[in-house]
Ligand binder design. Sequence first.
Ligand SMILES: [Zn+2]
Length: 1018
Amino acid sequence: MKTIALLGSLFTLLTVSLYAQSNCQIGNDADYTRQIHEFTTESFFSTELVDHLPSSSCVPSPEKFLHHIVGAPNVLDHVADINAYMRLLEKSTPRVKVFSIGKSEEGREMLAVFVSDEGNIRDLDRYRQITAKLADPRGLNDQDAQKLISDGKPIYWADGSIHSPETGAPEMLMELAYRIAVEDTPFIQKIRKDSIVMITPVVEVDGRDREVDIYMHHVHHPDEPRYPLVWWGHYVSHDNNRDDLGLTLALSRNMLKAFLNWHPTVMHDLHESVPYLYIMTGTGPYNAWLDPIVISEWQSMAYHEIEEMTKRGVIGVWTHGFYDGWAPNYLLSIANGHNAIGRFYETFGNGGADTQVRKLQPADTNREWYRPNPPLPEVKWSARDNINMQESAILFGMNNVAENKETFLNNFYLKSKRAVAKARTEGPAAWVFPADDPRPGEQARFLNLLALQGVEISRLDSDAQVYPAVQKEHPSDADSQSSSRSDDKQKPSTRDKDVGRDKDASHDSNKPTTVPKGSYIIRMDQPYSRLADMVLDTQYYNPRDPRSYDDTGWTLGALRNVKTIRVMDTALLDKPMQKVQTVELAGQINGSGSTYLINHNTDNTLATFRYKLADVPMEAAEAPFEADGVKFDAGTFIIRNADRGKVEAAAKELGITVHATGSAPRVATHPLEAPRLAIVHNWTNTQNDGWFRVALDELKIPYTYIADTKLRQTDHLRDKFDVILLPPAGGFGGASLSSAVNGIPNRGTPMPWKNNDEMPNLVAPGLDETDDMHGGLGYAGLGNLEQFVRDGGLLIAVQSSAALPIAAGMTQMVTVANPPGMNAPGSVLLSTIDDSKSPITYGYSDKLYIYFHDGPVFNVGMPQPNAEGATRASGRGSPTDPDVIQARAYQEPEKPTKRSPHDQELYIPEETRQFAALLLPSPAEMPRVVLRFAPEKDLVLSGMLVGARDVAEKPAVIDVPHGKGHVVLFSNNPMWRDETMGSFFLVFNAIFNYDHLDAGRTLPSESAKGQVKTGAEE
Ligand SMILES: [Zn+2]
């Protein structure tokens, strides 16, 4: 698109007509209209709202700028052109105003385009202030509110293409903006007069440009295999709308900021997947923290649009199924979490602008109660059909909101008001972040995240007694030593198992509890109380409910290993406290001397600190110790004879407290490294590695991003890296050995992933490129990885990727079980530290909540006979009442030996030792279970887990020696969607101690082996 030249010529043309909308000649754009008809495959995929386009003597249609109509076959537009067209509209008519709402990771601009009548656009700021007042009704009486409601205008925000292969909406939104600005039917006039339309044409701007490159390459080279969209956004793919809890991606932050600035009444995401138009309501269970008003708003809006479309003979418009409405994910949760209405469409996309015959399966075409007019088994589908469906339906939606503007604004006001009342109606009164949390760094980061969400934070002026105190507390009760203590003199000693645990008053609701001075209070009498309660509370998901669409549990306090206390006592609200905008930690050095000690509390800023001073030698304490009367945990960072200024500057910047001492600590230590780290990706799916990259980038931890194909081509990996991390593999074939070895199968001509004239947007700094995407890891790459570990490297394999080193024979005595009955669609589970001397557990107390999603479930040790009694022979009795052998004296069967899971895993029967000595690993090569899932009764904190028995007490994190190196396997995902900060340090500990993972190890006893030998000689 020759944007610049065209803009120039139009500019001259337009200066004349600027702000003279009333003098514009409005007619019918006959040629555009003719093409709409040409590209629409069936009349039942259109309505009278979109089967034509008006012309304007002042405002250029999309075709004038783009040289194709919206929905034309075989063409899509880049972000720069879409944004330029929106700005051209702004210059051409006083009915359009464009704001930038921020930039993406790769520097592309996101827009908010406002379209309304001239007066509304002129007074945009006044309307913005009205919605802001309705959003925070504290101090507003009902009478004043009603005046605001009658003066105000609802804002309807439509946003396109957060999912890059869903390509129609950005095109449609250009035509929609033009149509609403220009068309003079009473229907459109109503939208213009009584509402304000807000449009973000492209949400995932980086992914859009890559997708358009790839699609246009396909158009120009139809006989070549189509490129996969290896990266959508800079970090993650489809998960870019699963970032509402973590707010890590630029697009989430930009959209949230725009929301909090404008308080749109409706936020409407435009997706493309299922036929032909799914209008979101969902199957339920619905998110339990939302005001019930919004639930009925979803329904009434959906049914209005379904009815209007169906009345016009449009086929295949439906609601209910497809999605549940439970997890506070998806972009639309920004609105739902802030008392507005968040909703979405799924139209039928073709992953581009091809016209194709599409065949459907019965699941999509069956008539259901929620789909009385289902899609057809086979239909020719075009990009224009997609545009027609989206644009018609959303126009009905916008018209509905304009027609009922006072109802919608009043509901918004009511929801905000009831959110403020929450503290004293349904409760809780508040959530407390106690001042004595052993992880002040993560506490501060978490509070600042809530502040970013618009949640108000207060800080308690003095100790407060609350009664009855605590309903529920996280992390686990066993780790709650400090919830009711007002002093923290006994810090640091998070590992001390006897400190105040279980005995303190917080567990007895008949006694008051002290919330210490300086604690942070999230009051539930504020407008966004529901959002805060939603993220801090625990979730129960009944397995009998419909299949969950996403995570079923997300309790962020637990996942971030930050203490939070749910307080029901409204007396807390009357205690003196001060609002704080952000929480800043003052880093410092206490004491004097040339040895610096930093207690390991698993605050992730410690990882930043290690790499910030990468050239400064540091050591890790291998056990707890005392210095100058202060207790320090195992893993404490010890820095000897460093430049005090340098240490102090880093500590201050990162909010870390350092203790300087003149005496050398008496504790065994080993070097705490700042090693060379590689993160591996493949060429089919980078979704999961993105969450690792974004976490590391935020914490400024350097790494090399390397392709599986590169591992295949690189001998001596150990010369280049110390630690190689395999994030959970995705894509076709998942993480099987076969899919890892083959990757994109090696056939056809080389397929480079590099920027070129045709595809200039594929690679950005921080992403990867190659001359050929074919070939995967290959046998050579697998061999190189194995050699890397044998040479002393550390391979970390997470979740599905753990299958690779296990299947490849790098981890003896570890197998993967696939429990057939297990269903774990994303839950928060409790784990216990199984080996507190392993460096991987440094800084942790004895329990940790972790994120678990569908396994894998690991078994360690010899295969175990079924413990359920299935091994007894057929005979008399029952599974527990033993058999009796006839015609000989009864002998009671031998009782099976009871062993703890830990002991059982290391147990090798004597006979096995004897017969399989050649095959068994030496004790030093045996797996070391570091973290273990809790017993069944304690296992689930939040979300659903069917088959808990299959997971309970199984290993969660395993360290397996191999050659001179180690393989560390994760069953949980320690870096998930920037929500699991509490488990990040399991990874960092493994990295920093990669060369000393055997520290503190007790080898399994070899005595049994000797006995077997003796026996054999007899
Ligand atoms: Zn989508």
